[in-house]
Each structure stands twice: as structure tokens, then as C-alpha cells.
Design a protein around this ligand. Structure first.
Ligand SMILES: Nc1nc2c(c(=O)[nH]1)N[C@H]1C(S)=C(S)[C@@H](COP(=O)(O)O)O[C@H]1N2
Ligand SMILES: [Mo]
Length: 169
């Protein structure tokens, strides 16, 4: 069920109040927080890849097509930005991080953190334990549509249990 069909939220109800952490306000918009210029990719095959290196048996590389061939999942969850907005019932499709780990060379058992490296040198570090959460994923669709460039096309991390700034685009 995607956004256009969703009900508006009645902020006065306890059900909605319970889902908004203290100090957060509810928004139905989707604000953009992005350091540097939003990248525009013409040909994903030529200008984009996903690389994995560090505490792994050997480095790995995925073209976008290879990544898209991995098993996917879709779920609906609430997101909270540290700049105080919260958005309820957002639906994401992608590859669960725990699933992704089964498609790359073995992690060093001592590994404790994942660091996402993005365009313009933006990085986000996340404890591995949090990335094993069932809602932590590498997402490529939002509400059933490919991500827009502002929101991280072609792929972004999604770590709903942490404030959204760990969801590296
Ligand atoms: N590459 C990159 N990823 C990023 C950011 C960024 O500046 N660059 N901002 C983070 C922050 S602070 C937030 S709140 C979310 C915002 O995602 P949105 O712009 O899709 O709402 O992206 C996170 N991921
Ligand atoms: Mo943020």
C-alpha cells in the first residue's frame, strides 16, 4: 500500500502519539538532507558500482544489475530525522543487509562496524549489530518507485532504528 492511498494521521490519537519520539514532529512531506550536490548518474553500468572492502575475506564489487539480482524485501516502517521530523509508514524495497552479507566474502568475525562511503566523501558508520536488524537494508525503492536522486537514487542504506542520518545515500 503506497503513500497516495494512505490515511492522514490524527496527531491527537494515542496510537499516533506513541510512535512519535519526544521532541519530534510529524511530517507528511519528505524533506531532503544532502551534503554536497545530489549526484546525477547517466549510465549506471558505467558510472556506478557498489564496492565492499575492509574486514572481508576479499573485496567484492556489484554493478547495479548484479545488485538488483539479489533477493529483495519490502516493508513499512517509521523514520525519524535528528532535525526533528518523523514520518510514519514509509515503505521501502531493497536487500536486507543480513541477506546482503550472505552474498559477499565472509566478514572477519572481529568486524564491528560498517562504514558507508558515498559521493562527495560523505561517510556514515553504523555498528554491525544494528545493520543485522531485520529493518536495516540497502534500499532502491520508496513507495514502490525507484528512489529519486534527492532521496538516494540508485541505492541508499536504510537504518530505521537509528536517526535517519545513518541512512547513507
Ligand atoms: N550521501 C549522503 N547520505 C545522507 C546524507 C547526506 O548528506 N549525504 N544525509 C543524511 C541525513 S542527515 C538524513 S536525515 C537522511 C535524509 O534522507 P532524505 O534526504 O532522503 O530525507 O540522509 C542521510 N544520508
Ligand atoms: Mo538528518
Amino acid at each position: 500500500m503506497f503513500n497516495a492511498f494512505k490515511k492522514k494521521y490524527d496527531k491527537a490519537t494515542p496510537e499516533v502519539q506513541d510512535r512519535i519520539p519526544p521532541g519530534q514532529y510529524l511530517t507528511e512531506k519528505f524533506p531532503v538532507l544532502h551534503y554536497g550536490e545530489v549526484p546525477a548518474y547517466t549510465s549506471l553500468e558505467q558510472t556506478w558500482d557498489l564496492r565492499v572492502w575492509g574486514e572481508v575475506a576479499e573485496p567484492a564489487r556489484f554493478s547495479f544489475a548484479e545488485f538488483r539480482a539479489l533477493p529483495t524485501t519490502t516493508f513499512t516502517t517509521d523514520i525519524h530525522c535528528v532535525t526533528r521530523w518523523s514520518k510514519l509508514d514509509t515503505t521501502w524495497t531493497g536487500v536486507r543487509f543480513s541477506e546482503f552479507l550472505t552474498h559477499i566474502p565472509a566478514l572477519n568475525p572481529a568486524a564491528q562496524f560498517i562504514v558507508f562511503h558515498c559521493e562527495h566523501g560523505f561517510t556514515a558508520n553504523v555498528p554491525l549489530e544494528l545493520m543485522l536488524d531485520s529493518e536495516a537494508m540497502l534500499a532502491y525503492q520508496y513507495e514502490g518507485q525507484e528512489l529519486t536522486p534527492d532521496h538516494g537514487f540508485p541505492l541508499r542504506a536504510l537504518v530505521p532504528k537509528k536517526y535517519f542520518w545513518k541512512s547513507a545515500k
